[in-house]
Design a protein around this ligand. Structure first.
Ligand SMILES: Cc1cc2nc3c(=O)[nH]c(=O)nc-3n(C[C@H](O)[C@H](O)[C@H](O)COP(=O)(O)OP(=O)(O)OC[C@H]3O[C@@H](n4cnc5c(N)ncnc54)[C@H](O)[C@@H]3O)c2cc1C
Length: 276
């Protein structure tokens, strides 16, 4: 099931919050009661807070049919903070899924380098779930995650188990480390210099603040990875989510429709443009 369809791209369904947990002091994960909802890793939904407004939020759960529909949200402003105040049992509006996914089918047989900065892990978590279920389809899988500090890293417990449970080489870094921190200290693009990369068979998926994506892309290119094999997920303020209103337009691209996942070759010249 999807709620939006080519016939009715604005279709909206009321759905109940069936579970909620705080990942970090400002970031929470909710599961929505939407049985049979289908999506591809990297896609997003529009979540409607009745009487409040609507926001684009990536789907952060397992894409396997039957798995719960999950979103992880940082309370930064009016709508996201009000969503954070809702409790289990409350109803929100849901439309989607929208947008271009990570090219997982094209990546079959490749090594994967997944690079997440902060909440950039949310749209990449479905990739990790997919890789866990279909581990034999990929070669070496490396997951690099950066955050301000350990307590600000969403899904941290789960990340710690991935090496053992899914044979994923997980490397974590923080800007500020407390005593006892065993990961790296510094920015996440710096981790790229230290990992094994066979450029010709590597595909990289990168999501985080734009400056982090620019430096990560630069580090990957410096290791020989072709621009067509580096994919970024762009966040731009958006309203309609179906390529009509122009809010998220970046020259010829509508990020909601052509993205949010795009190959570096298409977005590199545009990344210098600040949002209006
Ligand atoms: C495709 C896509 C996927 C997204 N996925 C997620 C997700 O999985 N989880 C999540 O928490 N957020 C996600 N976002 C960002 C989320 O949509 C915004 O944080 C939200 O719209 C802010 O609305 P608000 O009313 O709470 O805040 P506002 O009152 O509109 O803004 C509050 C502050 O947040 C800043 N802000 C607003 N929008 C963004 C943005 N897109 N990126 C960075 N800062 C912003 C504003 O500049 C302002 O400083 C995504 C955005 C896009 C475009």
């Amino acid at each position: 099931m999807t709620i939006a369809s080519p016939d009715d791209p604005f279709a909206l369904a009321p759905v109940r919050i069936s579970s909620k947990r705080w990942e970090t002091p400002d970031t929470f994960t909710i599961e929505l009661d939407a049985p049979g909802f289908r999506f591809e890793p990297g896609q997003f939904n529009m979540l409607w807070l009745f009487g409040g407004g609507e926001v684009p939020i990536s789907i952060s759960g397992d894409p396997e049919p039957g798995a719960p529909l999950v979103h992880t949200i940082r309370a930064v402003g009016g709508v996201t903070s009000a969503l954070g105040a809702l409790e289990v049992g409350a109803t929100v509006g849901l439309r989607g899924p929208y947008g271009a996914p990570w090219p997982l089918a094209a990546a079959a047989g490749d090594d994967l380098v997944v690079v997440a900065g902060g909440l950039g892990m949310a749209p990449l978590r479905p990739v990790v779930c997919f890789v866990r279920r279909h581990r034999a389809r990929f070669g070496r899988v490396t997951l690099l995650v950066g955050a301000r500090e350990p307590d600000a890293m969403p899904f941290r417990d789960e990340l710690g188990r991935l090496r053992e449970e899914a044979a994923i080489d997980v490397r974590l870094t923080v800007d500020h480390a407390p005593r006892g921190w065993e990961g790296a200290v510094g920015v996440v693009p710096a981790l790229i210099d230290a990992i094994p990369i066979e450029a010709g068979r590597t595909r990289a998926f990168v999501c985080g603040p734009e400056v982090m994506m620019r430096f990560s892309a630069r580090a990957l290119e410096a290791r020989g990875v072709d621009r067509g094999r580096i994919h970024l997920s762009l966040e731009r303020s958006m309203k309609c989510a179906v390529g009509l209103c122009g809010h998220c337009q970046l020259r010829e691209l509508f990020i909601c429709r052509d993205g949010p996942v795009l190959p570096l070759g298409r977005v590199a010249p545009l990344l210098a443009h600040r949002e209006l």
